[in-house]
Ligand binder design. Structure first.
Ligand SMILES: [Zn+2]
Length: 379
């Protein structure tokens, strides 16, 4: 199945909208939902219900605001802060010393199409790969190559420690298999949108840009709140940045996506209208910073590279699984709630499909998720 999943270049459905413009009918409906759900919800912020907010184009706001961080310098490979060349990272047998030299080169020069579009180098994925293979060493070190070799051996690949497409395809398969949405798409299925009582408005203080109709599935929002509280508790950089990890997209109804596609031709290559992960109410686009002159969900290499070096992204890669969130690797901002995980690699429960949404509410969607203990997430 990994091979099959790895061949998918499923985007999460996030593309900057030239004119963010939700259908009025949907906005009105979402307000009703919020009021209803707010009554039952634990958070005071939710119970109050969000104030009516004037609609402002996300892109217009993004352009008016200063960049979240300075653009990343397009320079030669330098190990990122948390994946540096510690003394222990040089300690590996000879074949991995050679592999390290190759990896240090390819991280800036590899020509490939990991998600269907041409990319140069693989530094964007370095932190995600390091987390998966269980090393704190930078990509150009023998320690990284040794850890990659162990991963390759586990998946019956040549265990040479050299980063190349077959190894990445396997990694990608592992990551994609953690997303129930992707597993349904592999079977040519599209998950239903959640039943209305399962959706709840996102409190304004948790949004990157104020919008009146942004909501999430209740269990996803509860898990998100726990995760962000932990992030602020554990990271002084995130504590000092109130916008870090705020939400700029959540639930998007199939109807509103279709309207945007039909009327604005904003179809995201027809995928948005066809079946977006955001229809599940479990997908969130989070502020992990963005480069100057672009929006938070711009897919240029420069923007994504910069985003993967922020404290917010690094914290998420290390910790999000404790709260049941996994990343779509092509989009550093896109995370999906797949349920509490005690260890990465567990296959999450399926998303509700026709006829089961109400049962899902009763079965667990309104339960407080219990995040796994820190340190149990595995490599
Ligand atoms: Zn998204």
């Amino acid at each position: 199945m990994i091979g099959l999943v790895a061949t998918l270049a499923l985007p999460a459905g996030a593309k900057p909208a030239p004119k963010a413009h939700p259908a009025k009918a949907h906005a009105a409906k979402a307000h009703v939902t919020k009021a209803k759900a707010g009554a039952a919800h634990v958070s005071k912020a939710h119970a109050k219900g969000p104030p009516v907010k004037a609609h402002v184009s996300k892109v217009a706001v993004a352009k008016a605001l200063p960049p979240r961080l300075a653009p990343a310098a397009a320079s030669a490979y330098a190990p990122p802060e948390h994946h540096a060349n510690y003394a222990s990272c040089g300690d590996a047998p000879e074949p991995f010393q050679k592999a390290a030299v190759e990896n240090a080169k390819s991280i800036d020069t590899l020509d490939w199409k990991p998600f269907g579009l041409p990319e140069k180098g693989w530094a964007i994925y370095e932190i995600l790969v390091a987390q998966e293979i269980g090393t704190h060493c930078g990509a150009g070190t023998p320690g990284f190559a040794k850890a990659l070799g162990s991963f390759q051996a586990r998946y019956s690949l040549p265990a040479d420690g050299v980063f190349a497409l077959p190894t990445f395809e396997t990694l990608k398969g592992v990551w994609q298999e953690r997303r129930p949405f992707v597993m349904m798409r592999v079977q040519k299925l599209c998950p239903d949108a959640p039943a209305e009582p399962m959706l709840i408005g996102i409190p304004r203080e948790q949004e990157t840009f104020a919008r009146p109709d942004r909501s999430l599935r209740l269990d996803a929002l509860l898990a998100y709140e726990q995760m962000v509280a932990a992030a602020r508790n554990e990271s002084s950089a995130l504590r000092a940045d109130p916008k870090a990890l705020s939400i700029f997209s959540g639930y998007r109804s199939p109807e509103s996506d279709k309207i945007r596609c039909d009327t604005e031709h904003n179809c995201d290559g027809a995928r948005r209208a066809a079946c977006s992960a955001h229809r599940t109410g479990t997908a969130v686009d989070l502020d992990v910073g963005w480069a100057q002159g672009v929006t938070a969900d711009t897919t240029t290499t420069e923007n994504r590279m910069m985003q993967t070096r922020t404290a917010a992204y690094k914290w998420m890669v290390k910790n999000a699984s404790r709260f049941g969130f996994v990343n779509y690797p092509f989009e550093p901002w896109h995370w999906e709630y797949v349920g509490p995980l005690t260890a990465l690699g567990q296959v999450p429960a399926a998303l509700p499909s026709s006829g089961t949404a109400a049962a899902a509410v009763q079965a667990g969607a309104v339960q407080q998720p219990q995040p796994a203990q820190a340190g149990t997430t595995g490599p």
